[in-house]
Write a protein that binds this ligand. Structure first.
Ligand code: URA
Length: 314
């Protein structure tokens, strides 16, 4: 018997794909497929659109089976080099999901690391946490240890702080520190999350990143994880993940202020398309794609038996 009809799209409640994802059925996109394939019912009716919203007490089924939100789980793994952040890849490509036991394979990674980058990587089934960590308005800091192909010119540090133009926009570091005794090594803190941002920022200045490691997310750091080892986060670690520092939000505030100042006077057209294209061109000229297929080995140990090589400190 039908208790009540499903909420029409636009009404209050949680979007159905988000609800299904919270039940551990996979990423929201995958859950949308369940809906479009007509496999999902809400209070006995087949969900007809992606805009359907659900409320507490609704009976939601996939292939006739009732589904309920899974307990929220978030873990952090120390990703070794050579593992791809993806659910599927080319044959022989190693995927980060291989590092997780079966029970955690439905979690989604947040804030990917590229193939050649190692370090802290989060996985969660919490839609709220995912949103917090990926939404531009939340400037959670990420700290990286960088080793370049040659000594970095300290006079360029301010360029990284002021920002370099990438195709997506102005990419800025909130902190850059150069190792006094190893001028090719730097610590860089970002509060943005553009794709391969560290590598592309240095490429824009003519440098190539040889080694890259993420050592902090928010205030989460120093967990002593071996390569491929993970830790399920408890309350106190979770609180650290989303800690936002004032210096991280400052660039976003400045951006908003700059946009406000740049707003054209009434009657004048705002044509910044040319400069955005120029920025993309400028970036392209400085960015050479790192050699494809040069995968390095990582242990992928999830027992933590492998030893983590000493971190290059700056
Ligand atoms: N910046 C990069 O260049 N790569 C990463 O994996 C993360 C940040």
């Amino acid at each position: 018997m039908k208790s009540r009809p499903s909420s029409p799209s636009g009404a209050a409640g949680l979007r159905l794909n988000k609800y299904l994802a919270s039940c551990g059925l996979g990423a929201r996109r995958k859950c949308e497929d369940f809906i479009t394939e007509g496999r999902v019912t809400v209070n006995g009716d087949i969900a007809q659109s992606l805009g359907v919203r659900v409320r507490p007490g609704d009976d939601i089924r996939v292939d006739g089976r009732t589904v309920r939100p899974a307990e929220e789980v978030t873990l952090v793994i120390y990703k070794p080099k050579g593992y791809l952040c993806s659910r599927s890849g080319l044959t022989k490509q190693r995927l980060v999901y291989e590092l997780l036991p079966e029970e955690f394979k439905t979690l989604n990674y947040v804030g990917r690391l590229d193939l050649e980058t190692k370090g802290l990587l989060l996985f969660t089934n919490s839609g709220a946490l995912h949103q917090t960590l990926t939404h531009p308005s939340h400037s959670v800091e990420k700290e990286y240890e960088v080793r370049l192909d040659r000594d970095f010119d300290p006079k360029l540090i301010h360029r990284l702080i002021k920002g370099v133009h990438l195709a997506e926009g102005l990419a800025r570091a909130v902190v850059v520190r150069q190792h006094p005794k190893a001028p090719a090594c730097l610590t860089m803190v970002l509060a943005q999350g553009y794709n391969r941002q560290v590598r592309r920022m240095f490429a824009a200045l003519g440098y190539k990143v040889r080694e890259l490691e993420r050592v902090r997310i928010g205030n989460l750091q120093g967990l002593g994880l071996a390569q491929g080892q993970y830790k399920v986060l408890g309350k106190s670690d979770l609180a650290k993940v989303t800690q936002v520092s004032d210096r991280a939000t400052a660039p976003a505030r400045e951006d908003a202020e700059a946009q406000r100042r740049a707003r054209p006077a009434p009657g004048r057209s705002a044509s910044d398309g040319g400069s955005a294209r120029g920025a993309a061109r400028r970036e392209e000229s400085g960015y050479r794609k790192p050699g494809a297929g040069s995968r390095n080995s990582g242990t992928g140990s999830r027992s933590g038996s492998s030893r983590r090589p000493p971190r290059k400190r700056t």
